[in-house]
Design a protein around this ligand. Structure first.
Ligand code: 5GP
Length: 213
């Protein structure tokens, strides 16, 4: 993706939410690989790591006591209980990344999105990713092969509650084809970056243009 315009515009904060297993994490990873100005907000969680997950890269895997302490010290931008574990977005890395002009990607659920809305308001671009069908969602959860059958069943039964929050999002992507979904998200980033309100140097550009007319 061409990032030439990025120095001329305010950073973008984009949240990707979806029922577990809809493909959001794979989409996030690819987006980060292809867009060097995009910074992933790595959450803290009290959930144990799945096979292959790396501490500090996928999540900061922490004890519940540490989570409570961070919460008490107001170190989270938002936090929520999802399934049986706590999740939270650490504040400092986000503020540092925004200060250095990065775009931020949040991979969080609808509860976290609502809380982020309180601080970021119109600056937050909200994208909801849906699976093409319930059958496909189940297939992807089973294929992931990282969770027990019981956990997969639990996630399936919670999917309808998560999907019921779709109307709180600006954009909906039905993730049938990975590459297509990816380019749809990149199109959203490009279009949002072109919004007048994000083009912080546009007045100088217009002044220069008018001077020569
Ligand atoms: P998983 O355990 O499958 O990695 O994540 C379960 C759910 O928690 C997903 O919907 C994911 O987006 C959400 N989640 C991950 N990190 C955070 C966070 O920091 N805050 C909130 N509110 N949700 C999160």
């Amino acid at each position: 993706m061409n990032n030439d315009l990025n120095n001329e515009r305010r950073g973008i904060t984009l949240v990707l939410s979806s029922p577990s297993g809809a493909g959001k994490t794979s989409l996030s990873r690819k987006l980060l690989e292809r867009n060097k100005k995009l910074f992933l907000s790595v959450s803290c969680t009290t959930r144990p790591p799945r096979p292959g997950e790396i501490n500090e890269s996928d999540y900061f895997f922490i004890e519940e006591s540490k989570f409570n302490e961070m919460q008490k010290n107001n170190e989270f931008l938002e936090s929520a209980k999802v399934f049986d574990h706590y999740y939270g977005t650490p504040k400092k890395p986000i503020m540092d990344a925004l200060d250095s002009g990065m775009d931020i990607l949040f991979d969080i659920d609808w509860q976290g999105t609502q809380q982020l809305m309180n601080s970021l308001q119109d600056d937050l671009i909200k994208v909801f990713v849906l699976p093409p069908s319930a059958k496909e969602l189940e297939r992807r959860l089973l294929q992931r092969n990282q969770d027990s059958d019981e956990i997969v069943k639990g996630r399936m039964s919670k999917a309808s509650n998560e999907i019921s929050h779709y109307a709180e999002y600006d954009y909906i992507i039905i993730n049938e084809n990975f590459e297509e979904s990816l380019s749809k998200i990149e199109s959203i980033i490009i279009a949002e970056g072109l919004k007048r309100s994000r083009q912080i140097k546009i007045q100088d550009t217009i002044d220069n243009l008018l001077k020569d007319l």
